[in-house]
Design a protein. Structure first.
Length: 585
């Protein structure tokens, strides 16, 4: 590419993405690739033998020269668990991920995709996403550009439309079931012929360039009217057929969000049948059942020792949800809550007042469980914002404290307060991953994969798109749980290797120039903010970046110290991101 634009980044501390020793160096970008890396001092790792290494690059001409004195340069973050499937059809930036250092995002996780989808099923698909992923139905109706029906058509559309970030897409199980089975997808097991039809669609998606197959058996994943998301109705034979078909593709992986009834031993069987990697989500620490997550991780490590490529998707962030009782996501996975899911209006409010209904919730929360989102830790549930002036003293106080003062049960206090305010009271709950000693142990577990940002979903509940900056700032700089090279490898080369993403995730001559430049003294994610930038003015939570000085995607700078640089890109594209369709075995 002799006429390609060149950028020279000087005096940066390079973190190679492979946990190597950091070096002070200069890096040259030519076009979309890293052209050379040079340092005046001693070089280590791959840099020392790189044929394109120059002494110090001081004599190289570049169209742009950036002095990165005092800053660190690393590969861009690979976010392996996002839900931008809908948002990318209207937002090429996949906001806010790019501004938070993400250069590659994997979409379609949990099997919650929007293709394949017949026109007649679009409303059902959007309604399911509204329930399971906390997305506004009005935003989805206004935003999704339905220029596709099949998986190949969806991938072609995304590639044609373009994105600022690189994207890789799973084939989603719930969409396959809905396409083949219609309304029955959330009601029953599939027949042999239906399984064969789904398998054919999966093969078609893999041939078109999907990164693998994703599903969910989690009881927390409910769709329209409280019905289970379609994938939850699949039996073991259906999963064996679908996951096993990945073997003939010779690439890709299987991703599952696991319910407590899905044993790791069965998932190891699927890894053996398919010969493909298996990523198991969502492994989060529960303070009321503290050993469960480590049991899963240890079983995954034992499977790895037997030669099966398996990993447990963990989060570096506490799982925090903002919610109202209009749609209380933290409890919607409870069996006792199921009668409420299909109700609306006064019928729903009447049920919330019912003492028997309330007691059934209390009884379930008090019983042991392998995994559930909410476990009765009322000291971790706070009132954020009230609707009535006389309730203002309740704000920023825990439900446990407020209930004690009034000598009432915490659930009764929360329900009665919400009912008195037409269910508009805003609460926040720290649900899981609140024990930092336990999370530190998870981060250092050999079978763990740093994951679970859920970017693009739960827009009104929480936003962990800045998980990578949180890892670098909180866990590395503030707590010292990981070294900086270790943490960067967990965000870059490790997911690239597991997911078969070639020539990304490392700073290496010839690799794509996906880069993050940051200040190690300040890097972190900022406080949550609520913005109104969704289609139709819909609201979402976001977190700003702290200490990010630059982000490059395929050699194009898209973020500087002030944030995203929309003026650096032509209006309407082309955008620098690529739809990734080819993956290593």
């Amino acid at each position: 590419m002799p006429n390609a634009t060149t950028t020279l980044i000087k005096n940066a501390i390079l973190q190679d993405g492979c946990a190597g020793v950091p070096v002070r160096a200069n890096l040259l970008i030519r076009g979309d690739r890293i052209a050379a890396i040079g340092a005046p001092g001693v070089l280590s790792g791959d840099y020392a033998s790189a044929s394109s290494m120059l002494d110090d690059l001081s004599g190289v001409h570049a169209d742009e020269v950036i002095d990165a004195e005092g800053l660190m340069l690393m590969p861009g973050i690979i976010d392996n668990h996002t839900h931008y499937d809908a948002q990318v059809t209207w937002d090429a930036w996949c906001s806010p991920s790019v501004a938070l250092g993400v250069t590659t995002a994997v979409i379609g996780n949990c099997g919650f995709t929007i293709a394949p989808c017949r026109p007649a099923d679009r409303e059902r698909t959007m309604a399911n996403l509204t329930q399971v992923e906390g997305m506004s139905i009005e935003v989805l109706r206004a935003g999704i550009d339905w220029q596709f029906e099949s998986i190949p058509q969806y991938l072609d559309f995304i590639e044609r439309r373009g994105a600022v970030v690189n994207l890789a897409a799973f084939v989603g199980h719930s969409s396959l079931r809905t396409f083949v089975m219609g309304e029955d997808a959330s009601r029953r097991a599939a027949t042999e012929s239906e399984i064969a039809a789904m398998t054919a669609l999966l093969r078609e998606g893999m041939q078109a360039g999907a990164i693998g197959f994703a599903t969910s058996t989690s009881p927390a994943h409910n769709g329209q009217g409280g019905l289970p998301m379609p994938s939850r109705l699949a039996d073991d034979d259906e999963l064996r057929a679908l996951v096993g078909s990945l073997k003939e593709a010779g690439r890709g992986l299987f991703m599952l969000t696991k319910g407590g009834h899905t044993p790791i031993a069965f998932l190891e069987e699927l890894a053996r049948l398919s010969t493909r990697p298996v990523v198991v989500a969502a492994l989060l620490h529960n303070s009321t059942n503290p050993q469960a997550v480590f049991t899963d991780l240890d079983q995954l490590e034992a499977a790895r020792q037997r030669g099966h490529r398996m990993a447990g998707a963990i989060s570096a962030c506490p799982l925090t949800n903002e919610f109202t009782l209009h749609s209380p996501y933290p409890v919607e996975g409870l069996k006792s809550w199921q009668p409420a899911l299909s109700l609306r209006g006064e019928a729903y409010r009447t049920l919330l007042r019912d003492p028997k209904f309330r007691q059934s919730i209390r009884d379930e929360i008090a019983s042991p469980a392998v995994f559930r989102l909410f476990n009765g830790e009322w000291d971790k549930v706070h009132v954020v914002e009230v609707a009535k002036l006389e309730h203002r003293p309740y704000e920023h106080r825990s439900i446990a404290e407020l209930a004690r003062e009034r000598a009432v049960d915490p659930l009764d206090f929360m329900f009665d307060l919400a009912l008195d305010e037409n269910l508009d009271t805003l609460f926040v709950a720290i649900l899981l991953n609140s024990d930092e000693v336990a999370v530190a142990r998870m981060l250092n577990h050999p079978a763990s994969l740093v994951s679970l940002s859920d970017a693009g979903a739960h827009l009104t509940f929480f936003n962990d798109a800045g998980f990578g900056l949180h890892l670098l700032g909180h866990w590395v700089r503030q707590l010292g749980v990981l070294s900086l090279p270790q943490a960067i490898a967990k965000l870059t080369s490790e997911p690239a290797h597991l997911y078969g993403i070639a020539e990304r995730g490392q700073l290496k001559p010839g690799y794509f120039a996906d880069l993050l430049l940051f200040d190690p003294k300040t890097v972190n994610r900022g406080a949550k903010q609520r913005v109104s930038d969704l289609p139709g003015g819909g609201k979402r939570l976001t977190t700003p970046a702290i200490g990010v000085a630059g982000v490059w995607v395929n050699g194009q700078r898209v973020v500087d110290a002030q944030g995203p640089m929309p003026n650096a890109l032509a209006k309407g594209g082309p955008y620098p991101g690529r739809l990734l369709r080819e993956f290593q075995p």
